[in-house]
Design a protein around this ligand. Structure first.
Ligand code: NDP
Ligand code: MG
Ligand code: MG
Length: 329
């Protein structure tokens, strides 16, 4: 796969343009500040009344409404929660789009699932750093960067890819490397990753292990350390050097148990379910379910959140983490 670096990207493509960053949240604050430090003219669209509005002011921006920001800009980067993007687009962005403008996203969800269908005379691009916003900002200030992926959904100008690459350079990403993807690939793999592995899979694995030990009569505090707390040590090793580095570092006892027992926990049945989850994503069933849940008042979503917050593992964890003076409150 080709990797794009500093010399492949031309920041001049953005030099005479104004970039609107809509949403000053996790991603928004990082994109806006990095672009500004790269010499790009940035206007922030952030609704007043909350901490993010104050933060944007603290960082030296003069936040305006999404509509004002969209009207003032040539490139509009939408960094709002996925479930509100279509509404904000319809009311505040679309009315201000002019032919030749560029509409950009940090995640392909709304474009891929056609919740947002931009006019044909607009470039539609994706530029997504592969990391949380605070890291995107911190690495940039340290001279590095979080790698990013870019994609083009609509190329009205004939320059959409180069503009996406220039944007990636503006947020610093070409210092580390930029990969090309498609809206479909980014959206579907992102949803699958968070559902099956990173968030859904991992949370249930932790809970199932904890519950198995507690139900067998072991103390919840000890179960918490074994099944949740130690995840970080293992993940850090995997992140640094793959599964191989983790296996080099653990005892032979742990490695033998890992190789023989792991495939019994994540077995044929789990793999079959993963394929089903992927199908639901590909066929738009998940997107529809999520949109309907949001439009109908989130009753189910809120109840699931509450039930999970009340799980014994959270109560035990709250107490145990008081022993960990190095953790942020
Ligand atoms: P956040 O939740 O951190 O920020 C959301 C922003 O949108 C805030 O500024 C918030 O303002 C504003 N907002 C929320 N609701 C509304 C509304 N109804 N009307 C107007 N503004 C609103 O989002 P993220 O930065 O996490 O995500 C933004 C995009 O980036 C998403 O598409 C996401 O998929 C993508 N992304 C996120 C990554 C991450 O690490 N978080 C990584 C890569 C991509 P307020 O403070 O007033 O609520
Ligand atoms: Mg995601
Ligand atoms: Mg051990």
């Amino acid at each position: 796969m080709k990797v794009y670096y500093e010399d492949d990207a031309d920041l001049n493509l953005l030099k005479d343009k104004t970039v609107a960053i809509i949403g000053y949240g996790s991603q928004g604050h990082a994109h806006a500040q990095n672009l500004r430090d790269s010499g790009i003219k940035v206007v922030v669209g952030q609704r007043p009344g909350g901490a993010n509005y104050e933060l944007a002011k603290e960082h030296g921006f003069e936040p305006v409404s999404a509509a004002e920001a969209a009207a003032a800009a040539d490139l509009i980067m939408v960094l709002l929660p996925d479930q509100v993007q279509a509404e904000v687009y319809k009311n505040d962005i679309k009315p201000h789009l002019k032919p030749g403008n560029v509409l950009a996203f940090g995640h392909g969800f709304n474009v891929h699932f056609e919740q947002i269908v931009p006019d044909a005379d607009i470039d539609v691009i994706l530029a997504a750093p592969k990391g949380p916003g605070h890291l995107v900002r911190r690495t940039y200030t340290e001279g590095g960067a979080v790698p990013a992926i870019i994609a083009v959904d609509q190329d009205a100008s004939g320059k959409a890819f180069d503009i996406a690459l220039a944007y990636a350079k503006g947020i610093g990403a070409t210092r580390s490397g930029v990969l090309e993807t498609t809206f479909r690939e980014e959206t579907e793999t992102d949803l699958f990753g968070e559902q099956a592995v990173l968030c859904g899979g991992l949370s249930e694995l932790i809970k199932a292990g904890f519950e198995t030990l507690v139900e067998a009569g072991y103390r919840p505090e000890i179960a918490y350390f074994e099944c949740l707390h130690e995840c970080k040590l293992i993940i850090d090793l995997i992140y640094e050097g793959g599964l191989a580095k983790m296996r080099d570092s653990i005892s032979d006892t742990a490695e033998y148990g890992d190789l023989t027992r792991g495939p019994r926990v994540i077995n044929e049945e789990s793999r079959k379910e993963m394929k089903k989850i992927l199908k639901e994503i590909q066929q738009g069933e998940f997107a529809k379910e999520f949109m309907v849940e949001n439009q109908s008042g989130k009753a189910h979503f809120s109840a699931m959140r509450r039930i999970n917050r009340e799980h014994q593992i959270e109560e035990v964890g709250t107490e145990l983490r008081k022993m960990m003076s190095w953790l942020k409150k």
